[in-house]
Design a binder for this molecule. Structure first.
Ligand code: GLA
Length: 397
């Protein structure tokens, strides 16, 4: 309150001076952060015992040996259940000694030594989401923001996923602002990934100061089923106007490779997340991933659509009879187009060039899954099997 009063008492003239100095001192605008790419253990392990430092080190190694780092995946993130049930005597968070006997700093160092970045999880509540044990959960960040942010920075954390459980019904804007400010005050750049499940329409406020989060979850949790993926896609695809460069809608992590969907469905999942400029966080155990799933995650042409520096989320131009057409303008003037058949039967789909915003002319249409080119007026005809998606990159000749 004191700070607020002090601010309001400043004269307009001093405000102008302050902003002029800020503008003069500001470094050249850094490029906006593209949607985060990496790994998070939650979808594959949940809280099971296999989630430990050996696993996470193994995942970091796989980033290199499987070519994922080369494809742009950077963050190795750990989710709920990493912490000890209790804070230390000094109030500091501490790692669960069974899962992470070497400590979190050592794990972060291991990941950094491989040129990767490290992410951690907490909740904007009194405890995290995992069910209570002995009447207490893992400690959450509510009321401990400054101390926890300082701990994260001292451990070398590059990313915080900040969940919404046990929030004591305190205003979300306040809770997420408090952690945002604590993170900034550490002076260490920490990617801020809000996980508030879309409950308070974070797309309206989370990407702007004072929160200024890089991403915010728009939906509840994904599960490894086609129905879940479809539901979440539909909730997120209509939010395209709220995504801006460096501030992304997050429809939750990938399930590709976890076995509950067919390869056709996983290709749709990956295509739809990419055309929606969503975070690409691998949620399967890379130490045992099957070649077909890996091939999906390594499709660099589809990844380039997700990461395109223009920073637009694709816009749905058709949603009729179970056919979805989504168009994403790209920095080089071309556009990506995804056509998705949500139905259980195959469909022939025709799309004229005007529907996807193309003027009369000659275009090259590149199929980003077949890696093949065709020339034409930009209109599309495709026969789509049930649950399948095609993605094109269309450029004027
Ligand atoms: C919530 C989040 C999930 C995961 C779990 C962990 O459900 O939405 O993504 O982090 O908590 O408990």
């Amino acid at each position: 309150m004191k700070g607020f009063l002090a601010c309001t008492l400043r004269t307009t003239a001093s405000w102008l001076l302050v902003s002029a100095v800020a503008v003069a001192a500001a470094p050249a605008m850094a490029a906006a952060t593209p949607p985060q790419m990496g790994f998070n253990n939650w979808n594959s392990t949940h809280c099971r015992d296999e989630f430990d430092e050996g696993m996470i080190r193994g995942i970091a190694d796989k980033f290199i040996s499987l070519g994922l780092k080369d494809a742009g995946y950077r963050f190795v993130n750990i989710d709920d259940c990493w912490a000890s049930w209790q804070r230390g005597k000094d109030g500091k968070l501490q790692a669960n000694p069974k899962r992470f006997p070497s400590g979190i700093k050592a794990l972060a160092d291991y990941i950094h030594q491989r040129g990767l970045k490290f992410g951690l999880y907490s909740s904007a509540g009194t405890s995290t989401c995992e069910p209570l044990k002995e009447n207490r959960g893992f400690p959450g960040g509510l009321g401990h923001e400054k101390q926890d942010a300082a701990t994260y920075a001292s451990w070398g954390v590059d990313y915080l996923k900040y969940d919404n459980c046990n929030n004591q019904k305190i205003d979300a804007h306040k809770r997420y602002t408090d952690m945002a400010e604590a993170l900034r005050s550490t002076g260490r750049p920490i990617f801020y990934s809000m996980c508030e499940w879309g409950e308070n329409k974070p797309w309206l406020w989370a990407g702007k100061p004072p929160v200024d989060a890089q991403s915010w979850r728009t939906t509840g949790d994904i599960t490894d089923t086609y129905a879940s993926m479809l539901k979440i896609f539909k909730e997120n695809v209509v939010l395209d106007s709220y995504a801006t460069p460096g501030h992304w809608n997050d429809p939750d992590m990938l399930e590709v490779g976890n076995g509950g969907m067919t390869d056709v469905e996983y290709r749709s999942h990956f295509s739809l997340w990419s055309i929606m400029a969503a975070p690409l966080l691998i949620g399967t155990d890379l130490r045992t991933i099957k070649p077909d799933a890996l091939q999906i995650l390594l499709n660099k042409e589809v990844i380039a659509v997700d990461q395109d520096p223009l920073g637009k989320q694709g816009h749905q131009v058709r949603d009729a009879d179970g056919i979805h057409v989504i168009v994403k303008p790209l920095k080089d003037g071309s556009r990506a187009v995804a056509v998705f058949n949500e139905t259980d039967a195959s469909h022939d789909v025709a799309i004229n060039a005007a529907e996807i915003g193309l003027k009369a002319g000659q275009y090259n249409v590149r199929d980003l899954w077949q890696h093949s080119d065709a020339k034409g007026d930009g209109s599309l005809k495709v026969s789509l099997p049930a649950h399948a998606t095609v993605v094109y990159r269309i450029v004027k000749l």
